[in-house]
Design a protein around this ligand. Sequence first.
Ligand SMILES: [Cu+2]
Length: 106
Amino acid sequence: MKLKSIFCLTTAITLAAVVRAGAPVTVTQKGLQFSAEELSLDKGQIVTFVNDDRTAHNITVSGAGMNLNGGLQQPGADFKVPFAKPGTYTVSCGIHPKMKMTITVK
Ligand SMILES: [Cu+2]
């Protein structure tokens, strides 16, 4: 009985780790700001950037070999970025230079 509980606990912890690694993260853009200045992710996580402003934005991501320009993102639109490689990334808006955030991937 005791052994069985330990096994179940181990399984639960393993499953939680797997779910966490793939858990989606959402960052909103509102009031010409990102909803977070800094974000820590596990490699493989996908960030959905949501434009919650009334103006268009332009997500750019650079770091760890990534140099991405998401193009014009209209109000209400989503933009998904997978972070596959560990490293430090700078996310900014090509239209509003004051909009910046840092993403660290472990
Ligand atoms: Cu912008």
